[in-house]
Design a protein around this ligand. Structure first.
Ligand code: SF4
Length: 76
């Protein structure tokens, strides 16, 4: 799954939302988030992000970002 990280904070771009085939982006408190269970791991959003904020959860130390994305996505 892909996850939104800190470079998204206060970012005003929504290019990622427009390309996601399963609409799994949600509004967090001051950034967008991805619902980790809804993401189909297609990778389409990653190159679209001008802030380089979208990372695969296979990168090191992603656990807290996965939890934050899940927490805000599930509020919707
Ligand atoms: Fe959506 Fe694909 Fe990005 Fe997952 S990897 S958030 S399914 S565009």
């Amino acid at each position: 799954t892909y996850i939104v990280t800190d470079n998204c904070i206060a970012c005003k771009y929504t290019d990622c939302v427009e390309v996601c085939p399963v609409d799994c982006f949600y509004e967090g408190e001051n950034m967008l988030v991805i619902h980790p269970d809804e993401c189909i791991d297609c990778g389409v959003c990653e190159p679209e992000c001008p802030a380089d904020a979208i990372r695969p959860d296979t990168e090191p130390n992603m656990e807290s970002w996965v939890e934050l994305n899940r927490k805000y996505a599930e509020l919707w």
